[in-house]
Design a protein around this ligand. Structure first.
Ligand SMILES: [Zn+2]
Length: 251
C-alpha cells in the first residue's frame, strides 16, 4: 500500500472509529470525527492553522503520549531559510497530496499566544513531533515546515527512529540571490524578514556537515508546484486532489 493511501486506516473498519490519538483537556479522548485539523482561515498565505482542535468545544487537542504500534506513513521535514519556499511547498503537499501541514511559523505564533512567550528550543521541535506522531498514527502523512538547522536534526531523527517513523527531509537551498529576491518580493507576510536572518539561516544550512548535505534541495529554478510534485513522488504520495476531504472534518 502506498504511503498516504486512504485505505486500510484503522478508523475505517466497519465505519467505526476505533482509534483516537488525541485528547481534549475538557472532553477527553477524541474520536476521529471530533478532530478538526485546522482552523478555517489561513495564518498567512500558505500556513494552515493546525491544532488540531476539538470539534466539540474548540480547545486545542493534545496528542496522546503513547500510541499503538504499526506501520506509519512518511514524515517529511522541509527546512530552509526564510523565503526559501517552505510554507508554500508544504501547503501544496497538503492541498494536493493529502499531507497534514504543521507550519513552524504558525505553531510559534500559537504557542506565544498560549503561554505569553516564545517556546524555548527544543520544545517547539518536540511539540511538533508529538503532534505529527498522533497524525501519522491515524494514517496520514505529515509535512513539518520549519527552520531545522543541522544541529537540530538529531532531535527529529532520534524521535523517528524510536517510533519507527519513516522520514525524509528537503533543505530548500535556492541560490542566495534568488532567496534575497524572493524575500524582498514576497507577499505572504506583511513585512519582509530582515536580510540578516535570511542570510544567517542560509549560511548555517550551507555550512552543514557532510551527512546533512544529502538533504539539500536546490529549488532556484522550480515553481513551488514543481517542488511539491517532486517531493510527493519521492515520498510515494499520489495526488489526492479531490479525495480525502471527507476523511477529517475541518479541512
Ligand atoms: Zn473539547
Amino acid at each position: 500500500m502506498p504511503p498516504g493511501c486512504r485505505h486500510g486506516s484503522p478508523n475505517d473498519e466497519g465505519g467505526k472509529q476505533t482509534l483516537n490519538t488525541f485528547t481534549c483537556p475538557s472532553c477527553g479522548a477524541l474520536p476521529l470525527s471530533d478532530l478538526q485539523l485546522y482552523q478555517p482561515e489561513l495564518f498567512n498565505a500558505h500556513s494552515l492553522r493546525f491544532g488540531p482542535w476539538c470539534a466539540r468545544c474548540g480547545a486545542r487537542a493534545l496528542p496522546k503520549p503513547s500510541l499503538p504500534a504499526g506501520p506509519r506513513p512518511p514524515l517529511l521535514l522541509i527546512s530552509g531559510s526564510c523565503a526559501s519556499g517552505k510554507s508554500t511547498v508544504s501547503y501544496l503537499l497538503a492541498q494536493r497530496y493529502g499531507c497534514v501541514q504543521i507550519d513552524g511559523d504558525w505553531i510559534l505564533h500559537l504557542r506565544r499566544r498560549e503561554v505569553g512567550h516564545a517556546p524555548e528550543y527544543p520544545s517547539i521541535d518536540t511539540d511538533m513531533l508529538a503532534m505529527a506522531a498522533g497524525i501519522l498514527a491515524l494514517g496520514r502523512p505529515v509535512v513539518i515546515a520549519h527552520v531545522i538547522l543541522p544541529a537540530q536534526l538529531g532531535i527529529y531523527a532520534d524521535f523517528c527512529a524510536a517510533r519507527g517513523i519513516p522520514w525524509q527531509m528537503a533543505a530548500l537551498l535556492p541560490s542566495e540571490e534568488v532567496l534575497l529576491e524572493r524575500n524582498r518580493t514576497r507577499v505572504c507576510w506583511p513585512k519582509t524578514t530582515p536580510e540578516y536572518w535570511v542570510r544567517k539561516f542560509h549560511t548555517d544550512l550551507q555550512d552543514a556537515p557532510d551527512a546533512f548535505k544529502r538533504w539539500y534541495y536546490d529549488n532556484s529554478l522550480e515553481t513551488p508546484a514543481e517542488t511539491a510534485q517532486r517531493l510527493a513522488e519521492r515520498l510515494g504520495l499520489a495526488s489526492v486532489a479531490a479525495a480525502a476531504a471527507d476523511e477529517l472534518p475541518g479541512e
